[in-house]
Design a binder for this molecule. Structure first.
Ligand code: MRU
Length: 340
């Protein structure tokens, strides 16, 4: 499952995740503005993928400037990065990738095509992400026991990354190693990343999966149905506090109450050492419309007040370890995160 994002003849093709699992349609991005729209309207989502898409967005923006002015200045690139960075505030991979693209522009020697050089950097970010996911998945598979039932929340699969996935990558690697695992996927209201994306991805891989609303976490942990939990992350602070899809904290509490190991699988690009603790991570608040409506169907009283925070923060004390491409980070988290 690696055809969900590709670059062809100067156009970025994005598999429209809003239409999955029912239709496979692509959104074509020809400008940085198209990329901004695709991020804002959730055509694409997932922290590592947001970084990759934003990197290609920088290439498209540079191409536009070049076509209009025949040269690209630092101020032009900084302006495009600012607009792309104003889309979704929580996923640090987005800002990490924009910074890398800025550095690629600044390091440009001057005698080569700047747009081509920036495209080279975007492709490198994309390919490295897939490699990192494969690597962290191999490390992660080592902590999976034969016959484990693993719960996951939201979607941290190939679709949320350049390919292969983080939390789902670990499950794929364990499955490929013949560990006969079973996955419990939470629905993940209101965008339904779990029902629409995680279940679809796992079924394509032939990995047994069962769908539950996320309010089942307490019951399933208390009855011994789940014996490990692995999710992805959008931003990990220097002390290990982790922002991930809203509801993750609640699941971590249920895991803690029943002594079930709770792991975060994420590439090093998801760690934000500049942020001391989770209280300082900006939490995206999305439109109340996304809670009140399922597609175009109103689910509540028309004038009802509603709120929708996209993420929550799980304090590091509830986390058993971080599965990364450099290995598994155990306690003390702050010390090992500093060394990354
Ligand atoms: O709002 P989303 O769908 O972008 O949120 C995605 C998540 O919370 C994922 O768990 C996280 O980005 C990790 S994806 C490998």
């Amino acid at each position: 499952m690696t055809d969900h994002i590709y670059w062809k003849n100067g156009v970025l093709y994005l598999l429209d995740q809003r239409e999955l699992p029912f239709r496979k349609t692509y959104v074509k991005c020809r400008t940085a503005g198209d990329v901004i729209t695709a991020i804002n309207n959730m055509t694409v989502r997932g922290a590592p993928l947001l970084g990759i898409v934003a990197a290609y967005g920088m290439v498209l923006g540079a191409k536009e400037v070049m076509a209009a002015k025949r040269s690209v200045r630092r101020a032009d690139i900084a302006r495009i990065a600012k607009k792309l960075g104003a889309t979704r505030p929580t996923a640090v991979n987005l800002f990490w990738a924009l910074k890398r693209m800025m550095e690629a522009f600044e390091g440009h020697a001057g005698d080569t095509d700047i747009v081509e050089d920036m495209l080279g950097e975007a492709l490198a970010i994309h390919v490295e992400d897939i490699e990192n996911n494969r690597m962290l998945s191999l490390y992660g598979a080592e902590i999976i026991d034969k016959g484990d039932t693993i719960m996951t929340h939201c979607n941290a699969g190939a679709l949320a990354t350049g390919g292969y996935g983080t939390a789902l990558g670990v499950m794929r690697a364990a499955h490929e190693a013949g560990k006969k695992i079973k996955v419990i996927a939470t629905e993940t209201r209101p965008y339904m990343q779990g029902s629409r994306l995680t279940v679809w991805e796992l079924m394509q891989e032939g990995i047994p999966v069962e769908l539950v609303p996320e309010n089942h976490a307490g019951l399933l942990c208390s009855r011994g149905v789940v014996n490990k939990i692995i999710t992805g992350a959008d931003r990990i602070a220097a002390n290990g506090d982790t922002a991930n899809k809203i509801g993750t904290f609640m699941i971590a509490l249920a895991a803690d109450a029943h002594k079930i190991p709770f792991y975060i699988a994420a590439p090093v690009s998801t760690f934000d050492k500049a942020v001391e603790d989770g209280g300082r991570i900006e939490i995206e608040e999305r439109s109340a419309r996304e809670v009140k409506y399922l597609d175009d169907r109103l689910l509540t009283v028309r004038d009802a007040k509603a709120r929708y925070f996209g993420f929550d923060v799980t304090p590091s004390r509830y986390i058993s370890g971080f599965i990364t491409e450099k290995g598994i980070i155990k306690r003390p988290f702050a010390k090992y995160i500093r060394m990354l």
